[in-house]
Every structure is written in structure tokens, then in C-alpha cells.
Design a protein around this ligand. Structure first.
Ligand SMILES: [Zn+2]
Length: 71
């Protein structure tokens, strides 16, 4: 059996050749770096969603403010 190696297998963190044990990274350290990056990105999503909910809430307050607003 022959298993051709992918020609462009480099670590996305430091661009070094990947190690089979830590694919697609070259070391556990780089895998850790990518994971923390991914996590910080995942944490940023709920914040954006929360902001969206806030906008929907003020939308419901809109009409109320309009009727009570003295012209
Ligand atoms: Zn690396």
C-alpha cells in the first residue's frame, strides 16, 4: 500500500511541516495556539448576538416612545 503524502502540509500557525501526531499542526504548542484563537473567536459571537437582541428590544420600545412623545 502506498500512501502519498500531501504536498502542502504546513502548520497554519508557524508554516513549518506538519507532524502526523499533531496534524494539521507541527506541534502541540501550535495546536494550543490555534485552539485559543478559535475559543476567543467563539466567545466573540455571543456578544454580537446579544447586541442584536438589544436592537430588537429597543424596536419594541419605539412605538411606545412615539405615542408618549409630546409633539
Ligand atoms: Zn507550528
Amino acid at each position: 500500500m502506498t500512501r502519498p503524502k500531501p504536498p502542502t502540509a504546513t502548520c497554519p500557525i508557524c508554516n513549518r511541516p506538519t507532524v502526523d501526531a499533531y496534524r494539521p499542526f507541527c506541534s502541540r504548542r501550535c495546536a494550543d495556539i490555534d485552539l485559543s484563537r478559535w475559543l476567543s473567536g467563539a466567545y466573540a459571537i455571543p456578544v454580537a448576538e446579544d447586541d442584536d437582541e438589544d436592537g430588537a428590544m429597543s424596536e419594541g420600545e419605539g412605538p411606545k416612545d412615539q405615542s408618549g412623545r409630546p409633539h
